[in-house]
Design a protein around this ligand. Structure first.
Ligand SMILES: [Zn+2]
Length: 275
């Protein structure tokens, strides 16, 4: 499909397939790119009166597990549409008693514990060391928090997400280790999605939706083991407020970016390969 005027978007939303129905009059783009096939056709249309592109991270029918998502193809696809800001929703397990199921949080840090994932666009002709000190967009995080506050939902304006490879859940010992390190929540998809967006100089807001407690939070005997069914049920319950939150954030976005995400490569250490 060739790219016409209808095939561009300023905002990208990545999340569960529930968002498809929210995009008004969508055009679906099915293009592959040089990194392969995105998880699903991208729905481009209006959300919160802004041109938005939506992508279901695990495909429409949730058939792609976290370790098999083609993160590079997904971010490349959004970038090629002209997306400058991504709002991404993610199910997370809580590692703290005070982050309860149903809570929303806006990540400000991640710890990567995944392996074997393609996590850079710069592995061919040049070496780029992009800064990851503050991987999440500060401007988007501030807007997200203010919208959540106005909605009156339970939220946390920061949090460290530890990203594990999956698809299996944690052992009790792993869970105890993550908690002891001060990580707040656990997830399988934030890495490398957020850092690939940074390499494309796209602002990225990571919204965590607490669906359960991670396996055996220490000291809580009433906490049951995590099952996929628990997560799906809890996530579905939170979806209505998450949709309202995402739409509210999009409506609040100023045209101009006041953050440094758009100049991430200007400040990166870059070495071109000698030919
Ligand atoms: Zn930004």
């Amino acid at each position: 499909m060739s790219k016409g005027k209808s095939m561009d978007a300023e905002i990208g939303v990545i999340g569960g397939s529930g968002f498809y129905s929210m995009i008004k009059k969508p055009v679906i783009m099915h293009d592959n790119n040089s990194y392969g096939e995105p998880s699903e056709g991208i729905a481009i249309g209006s959300l919160g009166n802004r041109k938005t592109a939506f992508l279901a991270r695990h495909s429409k029918n949730h058939t792609i597990p976290p370790h098999k998502v083609n993160y590079r193809a997904n971010i490349e696809a959004l970038s090629s549409l002209g997306v400058k800001r991504i709002i991404a929703t993610n199910a997370v397990g809580s590692l703290r008693e005070d982050y309860v199921p149903g809570d929303i949080l806006f990540f400000d840090q991640f710890v990567n514990m995944t392996n074997g994932r393609n996590d850079t666009f710069f592995d061919e002709d040049c070496v780029v060391h992009v800064s990851s000190a503050d991987p999440y967009c500060e401007q988007l995080r501030r807007i997200g928090s203010s919208v959540a506050k106005r909605m009156g939902i339970r939220y946390h304006d920061s949090g460290t997400v530890v990203v594990v490879n999956g698809p299996r859940f944690s052992t009790k010992a792993e869970s105890k280790y993550y908690k002891a390190n001060g990580f707040d929540v656990i997830n399988m998809t934030q890495y490398p999605e957020v850092i690939l967006a940074r390499e494309k100089q796209i602002c990225y807001l990571g919204i965590g939706i607490v669906t359960d407690y991670d396996a055996g939070i220490e000291g809580r005997e009433d906490v049951d083991k995590v099952t996929t069914k628990d997560i799906e049920e809890s996530f579905a319950k939170s979806m209505a407020s998450v949709k309202e939150l995402v739409t509210g954030i999009i409506k609040e976005l100023p045209e101009k970016r006041s953050c440094s995400c758009g100049s991430a490569l200007e400040n990166a250490v870059l070495t071109k390969k000698q030919k």
